[in-house]
Design a protein around this ligand. Structure first.
Ligand code: ATP
Ligand SMILES: Nc1ccn([C@H]2C[C@H](O)[C@@H](COP(=O)(O)O)O2)c(=O)n1
Ligand code: MG
Length: 210
């Protein structure tokens, strides 16, 4: 039987490097499935708070605790424990019908805990041909995020949270990018040009999978 493992491409880069923007273009133009770990975590907080009034006391306490924990991690720019994030990603993949898809998993794995947790749960179930890494300097990324903050409504799009997110990115995420790189699995993209120029390089990286 032909192996039908889903193909997963991780998408990494600093805050505001353009991960979500470029993934959206891959979805629109080539039908890739896109899951952003950050988006899934934000949605989970909303869902847990929203349904809290509908469930019994015991579930309510645990749901509210989880929502508060995720929210706190996000505002502090820290990485949520992988048990939570990996389950959300797995469920998201299943919902999209995972066996036939090419997945872009954006903002994951963000640290060693993410990397190890994914490997435990998903390592044998999917193929990961490479990691796309959007390279940009901090000043550019700060400018983009501060502009985005005018409309995003994100509670971590402010200078205090942003400093912490950059700190986490440098200390915890870059070693993961380097780890993939040492196995020849990082495709680095210069993210400092226009959205369309960056997308030209993104397409080249995915050429064998289009
Ligand atoms: N190449 C680009 N040139 C100028 N602006 C860009 C470019 N790419 C993205 N942007 C803008 O920068 C902001 C951040 O982009 P995006 O949301 O895609 O980043 P991200 O990497 O997903 O960030 P985060 O990690 O915070 O989710 C958005 O407002 C987007 O429109
Ligand atoms: N693997 C992940 C991805 C995201 N988060 C949390 C912490 C991030 O600062 C925040 C926002 O992510 P983004 O939308 O910028 O990709 O979400 C995490 O804990 N683990
Ligand atoms: Mg994003």
């Amino acid at each position: 039987m032909v192996d039908t493992k889903p193909v997963v491409f991780f998408v990494l880069g600093g805050p505001g490097s353009g991960k979500g923007t470029q993934c959206a273009k891959m979805v629109d133009q080539y039908g890739f499935a896109h899951l952003s770990a950050g988006d899934l975590l934000r949605e989970e907080v909303i869902l847990l708070f929203h349904f809290i009034s509908l469930i019994d006391q015991k579930q309510r306490d645990s749901g509210s605790e989880t929502a508060q924990l995720i929210n706190q991690y996000i505002v502090e720019g820290k990485i949520v424990p992988v048990e939570i994030t990996c389950q959300l990603l797995k469920k998201g993949m299943e919902k999209k019908g995972w066996a036939e898809k090419r997945f872009l998993i954006d903002g994951f794995p963000r640290n060693q805990d993410n990397f190890d947790g994914w490997d435990r749960v998903m390592g044998d179930l999917v193929e990961v041909p490479f990691v796309l890494f959007f390279d940009a300097d901090e000043e550019t990324m700060i400018n983009r995020i501060m502009e985005r903050s005018k409309t995003s409504g994100r509670n971590d799009d402010n200078i205090e949270s942003l400093k912490k997110r950059f700190d986490t990115f440098k200390k915890e995420t870059m070693p993961i990018v380097d780890l993939f790189d040492s196995n020849g699995k990082t495709q680095k993209i210069n993210a400092l040009r226009t959205i369309d120029e960056v997308f030209e390089d993104v397409k080249k990286a995915f050429e064998p999978y289009l």
